[in-house]
Design a protein around this ligand. Sequence first.
Ligand code: MN
Length: 725
Amino acid sequence: MQLENRLDSIIKKVRSYHPDPNITQLRDAYEYSRRMHEGQTRKSGEPYMTHPLEVMDIIADLRLDVASLVAGLLHDVVEDCETTVEDIRLRFGEDVAFLVDGVTKLSKFQFNTRREAQAENIRKMIIAMSRDLRVILVKLADRLHNMRTLKYMSESGQKRKSQETMDIYAPLAHRLGLHWVKTELEDLSFRYLYPDAYYDIAEKVASKKRQRQSFIREVISILDDLLSEHGINAEIYGRPKNFWSIYRKMRDQQIEFEQVFDVLAFRIIVDKRPECYESLGLVHNLWKPIPGRFKDYIAIAKPNGYQSLHTSVIGPYQERIEIQIRTHEMHKVAEEGIAAHWMYKEGKAVPDRDDEKFAWLHQLMEEHQDHEDPVEFLESVKIDLFHDEVYVFTPQGDVMSFPSGATCIDFAYSIHTEVGHQCSGAKVNGKMVPLRHQLQNGDICEILTHKNQRPNKDWLSFVKTGRARTKIRKAVRQEQRERSRELGRELLDKELKQHGTNIRAWERSGTLKEAVEKSKYNHVEELLGDIGYGKTQADTVVEKIYPTRKGSGKKKKKDKPSKLGQLWNKLVDRGKTGVVVDGIEDVMVSYAKCCNPVPGDDIIGFVTRGRGLSIHTRDCASVSHLERERQIDVRWSGDTDVPDSARRPVSVRVYCTDKPGLLANISQSFSSAGVNISEAQCVTTDDRRAVNTFEVLVHNRDQLNRAMENIEKIKGVYKVERTAS
Ligand code: MN
């Protein structure tokens, strides 16, 4: 009975601001919730149902819509009772189900709030997870009622909840501009976190209460006379500041309670914006303003939409007092924040379609764009914008933010570069997942490392953060460079041994340094790297020091390339048309004769001794015989528009019957695919079969495949294969 009366009085409150609330649904939700919580009690011993009802009452104080009120009544049924979100969707619709689901998800988290940076991430995460501002508002109402009834909890529970409220929920309320919610949450938390300080201040404020009250009345009547004299219609209020802000002032400024003078705050609420400035002028004329305390939040609103003029003056009896001046409209926003705007929309139509869900928010943004930095405003209510971020827990309970789509590798690199480099596995919510696993909001991620693990080039294809990408690239390049330098050193050493010396002797005598200079390099590493990559040849370097010794004749070749050299130069790729080695430009490249790779083939590079990179197909039989340390990752450049001069030679063998006209058909198939035949060789066998080997020039693998498929279709052809020439 008591509960029903309470419900009636809350419905009355709803009617006072809502033009046409759906009372039937409110009563249905009440009945449903009461049945679900039947038999449950709160720590206070009261029926559990008192809690959802009081949460609903707070939501009514926030003047929210019916869906929010219903969600308030139902916010604990999924968590505590045998009900599903699906059931709520069927009974109360999509909107309510979404809100209840959102609040339930938030309730599952216990936040670890040791550092301010953490707290900020958690606040963002709550906003991101909520996706609808009303979820946060219902959650705040829930938290507020729990804080109001915190005395029934254990002491450790009180401290934990209070800390979380102070770190997370009070700032959230502030961000949403819910001034009264923020101050109430702060004072309630303050009481449990620092009980001694709290009661000390409460007592001191109370002890001077009578004196204070008469002082407040005096100030109000002075201001009232002053303003009405000048034709300004104003409402004026005075009150002590909230305890937490007094305490914070004492703590931050290292002062005693008695020294906190502007414990009193007055509010002047006027009709029109120009009257704010007019009133300010009158106040400053009457009482001396304290320098540095004036703030014009009307001209430049706070990010949460708050507008007001703030000043502190030396009032009657030399008391410092704080005065805030604003219009009724601004006051409404200051007290109710986002909710005030919500109501603005509510009166017209509650958005029910999905795409209209945020229409009110967009309208709100438009309204603000006229007189406020829109970017700054978005900072405070970036509901939609948070959708491209995910928030993930470390095993220690810290929350980290990532762009959505981020993977375990991104997570590993955000912890530490070395953790990223040595990342060998990952667990999400306790289960092993692939490293490319994409993280979801609220996931707990744990990284496994191994000291022999190295960054993998393939990771680049799925990482999302710039940090991980940069670190991986750098490490891969670094490794390849080191490998080429070692190789260069080895090659140079071998060359020197032919001259009866070695690289260590050169180092000791300073000859190496001389050779570096003579070869026009700045550093030894650079020279060795280039020798390793085949960009410079070891014997050329040695000749700079021992020119009198008879070289191998290569010098001559360099001056005037031989026939072979000219052909070589044709085949050599200069980057534009063929192979790209990550992070290295202008590498001397040749294509292995054993497999004749063409663009499109899966390829691998092999660092030759002094002839640059030799390119093989990855499945080429000779690759397995090549030293592992000399293999290097390469890929074809994306350039498909290769000039004719850059076409690659391939041989294709066609087995067919020895039938007149077949050869013509085959050549026709090549040319219709745009492939030029440079040489053809036909061998017939006794059993009227023919084996034709064609040397052709192709642009890429696709083109070659097209031609081969065409030939396969020709009647009389048994088999077509690509062969090593
Ligand atoms: Mn609750």
